[in-house]
Ligand binder design. Sequence first.
Ligand SMILES: C[S@@+](CC[C@H](N)C(=O)[O-])C[C@H]1O[C@@H](n2cnc3c(N)ncnc32)[C@H](O)[C@@H]1O
Length: 258
Amino acid sequence: MNTDERYLYGDDDLAAERLDLVARLFEPSTAVLLDRLGPLTPALAIDVGCGPGHTTRLLHRVLSPGRTLGLDQSERYVRRASEDAPDGVVFACHDAREVPFPETPADVVYCRLLLAHLNRPMDVLAGWATQLVPGGVLMIDELDRAETDDAAFRRYLEVAVAVIERQGSALFAGPAIAAAAPPAGTQTVSNDTATIRLSPADAGRMFGMNLRVLRREGQVPADDAELVELQASLDAAVAGEVRPTCVLHQRQIVYRRA
Ligand SMILES: C[S@@+](CC[C@H](N)C(=O)[O-])C[C@H]1O[C@@H](n2cnc3c(N)ncnc32)[C@H](O)[C@@H]1O
């Protein structure tokens, strides 16, 4: 394991605000996935890399599990998520690379936008699969690719890909996972992509926040002239000064344990 591997986007207020926006933009496609392929009223559902809890609450709302557990390595996110947790939803600090999880076995293990930050995602998934009941499902929801005709959005994506690559991981984690054999002891139930069409303002806001966090966390040089200019271009998209388009393709895979 890469010992430098750490979550690049932090967990302070701006980082949490960024995840609020991510949750709003990704919720429709995640809700369809859960509704279509998640088991209704499972006893235990686990959301790995839950952040401030948006995905955990969505999982709880759509599948109505007896108990829903959100896991994240960030104490700050776990505290934030726990503040307004509905009945039946609990959160705990846990490193996603480690099994066993604090509660097992799970009927559903779900994960969105975490595997992009972990080295050797297939090894991680193999561990998660062992935490399922027989017949339980492992559902993953990761970026596959992006299309944009806007130079600033394209440049932001290049910067983000490079920063994550430096850690030995892949922002667009979807293709490699989709091409790999399913984790041991599981079969692939579904392997598809969902499309997320971003308005220029939403793309500018999300990419702009991401870049601001990366600059502030020292992942890219904060004062680099080209990045300062890129920041201004992304902020201009939010203000509606340009009309670019951006489409994200989200890889959604469901495995079932034998
Ligand atoms: C992009 S956020 C996704 C949050 C949530 N799943 C969503 O889609 O809104 C990634 C989350 O994974 C967490 N994370 C990163 N590395 C982790 C690890 N090794 N173990 C547990 N959580 C981790 C981060 O703290 C962050 O909350």
